[in-house]
Ligand binder design. Structure first.
Ligand code: PLP
Length: 415
């Protein structure tokens, strides 16, 4: 099918929930993509942080093929090797303890929220189930993860949202402390599991953060704030949940970004890049919460699917220390190059590793992204003003140079 046929079938048969760019992608190699007609695009998006090891990756393809021929799915009623090997690898490389596998980021966060509420319920009873998240955060598109998302633009149409979420400004530990104090004084905690009406001011059981807010604008949290927040939570037995859906799987130059902040979360969630393009998500808890979710309390038909798990094992094999160091170096190279342009269109570059936010000062970020696509560069937007780069972690320096040249020329055209 050619590009026009594909676009008209989409218009006729697909719910129009996506404001798609005017590009049809057929195949790729490395970090370069091609339309059905052979138009070339440099990919600074990796499918929104998913194709961590690029396109046409032979190791990934071989792992997927071999596992598909062996066993493509078996329910979680039975044991199988790929998911246990993957869980061991994730525990080993995080120092956390037990893993639950799901399919997507929102589903991972839903499970993490369930775990936090059950931890608190088991220990303190009802009345301590509020989850605090940060303004400008993004945690997913289900009704519950929308409630967790700290952006008013997402709190529309789908009422009623799940109760028990509050948002505080990022980088303001006093604001969090004040909220916790108000809630603590109103909470009821008698250890009883009998039904009681939920109080309007319900005690807090967990705080969820992204250490770099991706969708919100590639906004890194201050390291000092993250440490203070972690201490505050630990002191009150409030779980610290880190949403690593976008920052994880090597994106920032560590396997998970929290590892660059000197904290140990109680639970982290992951998805996107972990299986290099196959749907896999999940969450990993530390020792304290490892036995909270017991048989029958949580499940997912596809969770820990053998093919997705085999893909993730191969991604993790490729994301060794050298590859992660390469992510940091490429990120620095990109920042230095862009800063070297001294462009009046660009503010201070944000982010870590290959999660790069480029705030635009005098050019509309959405118009800029569209113009880049027309010129052969796929690039994302984030927040109110930024272009966002999440290229495959395996992108070559040659591809980076090509993509940056298109970006520079495009911004020049728009100025
Ligand atoms: N959490 C974060 C930090 C994300 O960036 C995203 C997606 O962009 C999600 C959760 C939701 O992930 P998914 O789209 O796989 O449900």
């Amino acid at each position: 099918m050619n590009s026009e046929d594909i676009k008209s079938l989409d218009a006729e048969n697909v719910m129009q929930t996506y404001a798609r760019f005017d590009a049809v992608i057929d195949h790729g190699n490395g970090a370069t993509l091609y339309s059905p007609e052979g138009k070339e695009y440099i990919d600074f998006t990796s499918g929104i942080g998913v194709n961590s090891v690029g396109y046409g990756n032979k190791g990934l393809a071989d792992a997927v093929y071999a596992q598909t021929m062996r066993l493509q799915h078996i329910s979680n009623l039975y044991y199988s090797e790929p998911y246990v090997r993957l869980a061991k690898e994730l525990s080993g490389r995080t120092g956390l303890k037990n893993v639950f596998f799901s399919n997507s980021g929102a589903e991972a966060n839903e499970g993490m929220i369930k775990l936090a509420r059950k931890y608190s319920f088991d220990k303190y009873g009802r009345g301590r189930s509020t989850i605090v998240s940060l303004e400008q955060s993004f945690h997913g598109r289900t009704i519950t993860t929308l409630a967790a998302t700290g952006q008013d633009a997402f709190h529309n149409y789908f009422f009623p949202f799940t109760e028990g979420f509050r948002h505080v400004p990022a980088n303001d530990v006093k604001a969090l402390e004040a909220l916790l104090d108000t809630f603590a004084s109103a909470a009821v905690s008698d250890g009883s599991s009998a039904f009681k009406p939920v109080l309007p001011m319900n005690g807090v059981c967990a705080v969820v953060i992204e250490v770099i807010q991706g969708e919100g604008g590639v906004l890194p949290l201050d390291p000092g704030y993250v440490k203070d927040l972690a201490d505050l939570c630990a002191g009150r037995d409030i779980l610290l949940l880190v949403d690593e859906v976008q920052t994880g799987a090597g994106r920032t130059g560590a396997l998970f970004a929290y590892q660059q902040y000197g904290i140990t979360p109680d639970v982290i969630s992951f998805a996107k890049g972990i299986a290099g393009g196959l749907p896999l998500g999940g969450f990993i808890s530390g020792e304290k919460c490892s036995a909270v979710l017991t048989a029958g309390t949580h499940a997912s038909t596809f969770g820990g699917n053998p093919v997705a798990a085999a893909a993730a094992l191969e991604v993790l094999r490729q994301l060794d220390d050298d590859a992660l160091a390469g992510v940091i170096m490429k990120g620095e190279y990109i920042k230095d190059k862009i800063q070297g342009w001294n462009s009046p269109a660009i503010g201070d570059i944000r982010g870590k590793g290959l999660m790069v936010g480029i705030p635009l000062l005098s050019v509309d970020h959405k118009e800029a992204a569209k113009a880049c696509v027309a010129n052969g560069l796929l690039i994302l937007t984030a927040g109110d003003d930024a272009l966002r780069m999440l290229p495959p972690l395996t992108i070559s320096y040659e591809e980076i140079d090509k993509g940056l040249a298109i970006l520079k020329a495009t911004l020049g055209e728009l100025l």
